[in-house]
Design a protein around this ligand. Structure first.
Ligand code: FAD
Length: 261
């Protein structure tokens, strides 16, 4: 997979600590599908050797890709300081992405886990006009609830949870989802797509298995090479170890050995 030096068209702080970056690349825009990610070099020198994986958040006008990211450490902090007109060293699109299988779509997103689901929502809106999307999105506070408006524009019904109760349901998004489970379970063609912290994914996975609802989860795992060579990102599945960067980041919940997570 060749490195590409891509032009940054925009890098805007949309709420404190969260940035939306627009990158020019008709090639990546054409080749990427929802759930895939870019592996980005987050330093000008080789100071931080490892690239950082960031999901493709949206594809715009067939020639730009956007990433939506939260500053958590040195790499994302460096990224947040990049300006329009600078170039960024990216590899991608990488990973497998989500599979579209049914038409009653349920999203569960914790924090920045919303990032890849917007691209998926757009794809669903374009390809299956009859599909419905019900989204459960959660964050610590209302300022960290991202993309609710984007989802509504894509005809999604949005339920919000905040841990401090500043918006919507007070508590974890997994609990909000659980409280609304009956409406999901009673629909025969439901499928769940979830992205967020591992604890949340596990809760949603176990519920989906209990009620026999197909569910795909995207893991935000530590990663080394991003292309399946170094084994830094392996997770235990029922069929042996798999690499999040190459076999994932999206997995069927049935595949995962949740007792080890
Ligand atoms: C496939 C994939 C897609 C991702 N998509 C997005 C996205 O769209 N937007 C976004 O904001 N983040 C995303 N992440 C997480 C993102 O890669 C990490 O936040 C980033 O690598 C942190 O780099 P850093 O140098 O800023 O932090 P570091 O200095 O490396 O670490 C700072 C803190 O963040 C934690 N951390 C670091 N890397 C990860 C990781 N991969 N997962 C969980 N915790 C981590 C560490 O425990 C540490 O406490 C994704 C991760 C994966 C694997």
């Amino acid at each position: 997979m060749p490195h590409k030096k891509l032009l940054i068209r925009d890098n805007e702080e949309i709420t404190p600590g969260y940035f939306l970056m627009k990158i020019q690349s008709p090639e990546i825009a054409k080749d990427s599908s929802p759930g895939q990610f870019l592996h980005i070099k987050c330093s000008a020198s080789n100071h931080y050797l490892l690239r950082r994986p960031l999901s493709i958040h949206q594809v715009i006008d067939g020639k730009y890709v956007e990433i939506l990211y939260k500053i958590v450490g040195k790499g994302t902090d460096w990224l947040s300081k990049r300006k329009r007109g600078e170039k960024l060293d990216c590899i991608g699109p990488l990973g497998n992405g989500f599979r579209l299988i049914k038409s009653e779509i349920v999203f569960v997103a914790g924090g920045i886990g919303i990032a890849p689901l917007i691209f998926l929502a757009e794809k669903i809106a374009k390809t299956d006009r009859l599909a419905s999307i019900t989204a459960f999105i959660g964050a610590k506070t209302k300022d960290e609830i991202l993309c609710a408006d984007k989802l509504k524009k894509l005809r999604a019904t949005v339920h919000i949870a905040t841990e401090d109760g500043s918006l919507g349901y007070k508590g974890l998004v997994s609990n909000l989802f659980k409280n609304n489970l009956s409406s999901v379970v009673c629909r025969l063609s439901s499928v769940i797509y979830a992205c967020g912290p591992k604890g949340m994914l596990k809760e949603i996975a176990l519920l989906s298995q209990k009620y026999k609802i197909p569910c795909q989860v995207s893991f935000e795992q530590f990663m080394g090479c991003g292309i399946g060579i170094c084994n830094a990102c392996v997770i235990r599945t029922k069929y042996g170890y798999k690499k999040v960067c190459k076999d994932g980041p999206v997995f069927d919940t049935e595949e995962i050995d949740w007792s080890k997570i």
